[in-house]
Write a protein that binds this ligand. Structure first.
Ligand code: 5GP
Ligand code: ZN
Length: 142
């Protein structure tokens, strides 16, 4: 537990939240400032700041839970449109530095603006970039 972390406090029940689901490893609760009706967050109880810190196995289990929560949203809120969002680092819009996945149900004319703007890039620039990204990290798993 990180004593300065609001999501650790929510996980521990020290800060109240509208819990949707919880088990020994994860908690799902409603976002306090929802982008749309039903916007919820999935968090691990264990503190980790972001995708670079989270244990890969735990992350896989968390995303499995995310799939189950998506089905629950579809059943309860009668929409099959949904954005899954996961921000890492302040530059990417992460304001709470405890790994979390947003589930944001979408509705006709809901006003939420979550699709990133597109850019145009040349084929050669894409080829060069792909070459760079294909190289595995020394000593890494990938
Ligand atoms: P981020 O921008 O870090 O990806 O998302 C953080 C989210 O946490 C925001 O959507 C924000 O509304 C939500 N949030 C921040 N503090 C609290 C809180 O105390 N309780 C709840 N339920 N949500 C919070
Ligand atoms: Zn935390």
């Amino acid at each position: 537990m990180n004593n300065n972390c609001v999501f650790c406090k929510i996980a521990a029940g020290e800060i109240p939240s509208f819990t949707i689901y919880e088990d020994e490893e994860f908690k799902v609760f409603l976002d306090i400032s929802p982008a749309t009706r039903g916007h919820m967050l999935v968090i691990p109880r264990t503190h980790c700041a972001d995708i670079f810190e989270i244990d890969a196995g735990m992350c896989a289990r968390l995303h499995k839970l995310t799939v189950a929560m998506a089905a629950r949203i579809r059943g309860a809120l009668n929409t099959d449109a949904l954005n899954v969002l996961q921000n890492n680092g302040p530059l990417a819009g992460q304001t709470v530095r405890h790994y979390h996945v947003h589930l944001i149900p979408r509705y006709e004319n809901d006003g939420a603006d979550l699709i990133p703007a597109q850019t145009e890039v040349s084929g050669s620039a894409l080829a060069e970039l792909a070459e760079k990204l294909r190289r595995p990290l020394p000593g890494g798993h990938q």
